[in-house]
Write a protein that binds this ligand. Structure first.
Ligand SMILES: [Zn+2]
Length: 389
């Protein structure tokens, strides 16, 4: 009799959880701050309309995972292109993104404002936005920055893997000890025109400078927690607290190597050999992308498996440290060479995070904030600061 009662109690609890999950998923806005797909439009003719068994984003899988809005990243890593190609490459990638969104107008629309994102989401379409990864892409010109804003770019990461004339990168030479005077001017101009300041990739001191000089909250578009995984690309609690105190949001990176130190160590140890093997393929024309992906997979398999529960641990840590108002998602999908955690292979898997947050005891309101509303809030606040001058 006792066992029967317990069993029916468990069934009722499971059914209630299922109801709650269905209710949340019905209209949740899932908004990812950093996905790098656009380079594939340019390099491989990758089409968003088709379902793929490789890479991490296309429209069918966005629909499956209820991913409603994406900040697409435009980038040209300083070491991959000569300086005279940085700006053209960013523009070509942005143009390809606009073309791809227009080609899928029945499913997707380009968003310029927070209100656009809300409206597009309500119309059951997917919202696409653009962002720039690295101040080196604007050729040291605030005029170019303004032109990018006009073309729809809504955040810029101040530096990428290398330091530039605006800011020190956390992985580059420490030239300015934070932001340069020109970097502070850049921050003021971004505030004025309504572009979010992204502090992923930049040195801890540069983050503190950016937060101090910005009138709007900042985001870390794709950064994980150094307290959970002590590796160079992650953010320490002290920096996370500074960002949160001024209303900012830390969007957690899904890269398996950034989530767990043991995985990073294997990744780091093999990276030069992997890149050398890839270079042997990419030196030849036409490019054999399938071969490149096979090499990436081979090296990924050498890394210890990182479960999606570890990703949830990063989210939970930031939420516990600074509150659920200051954590979001910045998967870095299509920028992590396939190194996604087990159970989070691509954008079709976001519902796993909703379930995970439910199990960790988060309220419906907090789940909605973490999955997208916090990022949308900073976008809106950035627009408001721009109007206030
Ligand atoms: Zn990045």
């Amino acid at each position: 009799m006792m066992r029967f009662a317990l069993l029916s109690f468990l069934t009722v609890t499971a059914l209630a959880a299922q109801d709650r999950f269905t209710r949340i998923m019905r209209d949740i806005l899932i908004f990812d701050a950093h996905i790098d797909t656009p380079r594939y439009f340019v390099d491989e003719g990758y089409r968003l309309s088709d379902r793929h068994s490789y890479y991490e984003l296309d429209i069918p899988r966005m629909r499956e995972g209820k991913l409603g809005a994406v900040m697409f990243g435009l980038y040209a890593q300083p070491q991959d292109f000569p300086p005279e190609r940085w700006l053209p490459r960013a523009l070509e990638t942005l143009e390809a993104l606009h073309t791809e969104v227009a080609a899928n107008a029945k499913d997707m629309e380009f968003a310029y404002t927070a209100a656009d994102v809300e409206r597009i989401h309500k119309s059951r379409k997917l919202a696409a936005m653009a962002s720039l990864e690295g101040g080196h892409l604007i050729a040291d010109s605030l005029g170019v920055l303004r032109a990018f804003h006009r073309l729809g770019v809504r955040y810029m990461t101040l530096a990428h893997f290398a330091s530039n004339n605006f800011a020190d990168s956390m992985t580059g030479m420490q030239i300015h000890t934070g932001l340069s005077p020109f970097g502070r001017e850049l921050v003021r101009e971004m505030n004025r025109i309504g572009m979010i300041i992204d502090v992923s990739h930049i040195s801890d001191k540069a983050v503190l400078d950016a937060v101090e000089h910005s009138r709007a909250p900042v985001i870390a578009s794709h950064s994980s927690s150094k307290a959970i995984a002590p590796i160079v690309r992650n953010m320490p609690d002290s920096v996370i607290q500074t960002i949160a105190k001024r209303g900012g949001v830390i969007c957690i990176n899904f890269h398996a190597g950034y989530l767990e130190k043991a995985a990073y160590d294997v990744y780091f140890h093999n990276r030069a050999a992997r890149d050398e093997e890839i270079k042997r393929v990419t030196d030849n024309r036409p490019l054999d992308w399938e071969r490149v992906r096979a090499i990436q997979r081979k090296y990924f398999e050498k890394m210890p498996k990182v479960d999606v529960s570890v990703l949830l641990r990063h989210i939970d840590h930031v939420a516990k440290t600074v509150g659920a108002d200051h954590v979001g998602l910045g998967s870095d999908f299509d920028g992590i060479s396939g190194m996604a955690p087990a159970g989070m292979a691509d954008v079709s898997k976001y519902p796993v995070l909703v379930k995970g947050l439910m199990e960790l005891g988060y309220s419906d309101a907090d789940i909605r904030k973490i999955m997208g509303r916090n990022l949308l809030r900073v976008l809106r606040q950035t627009e408001e600061v721009s109007k206030q001058r």
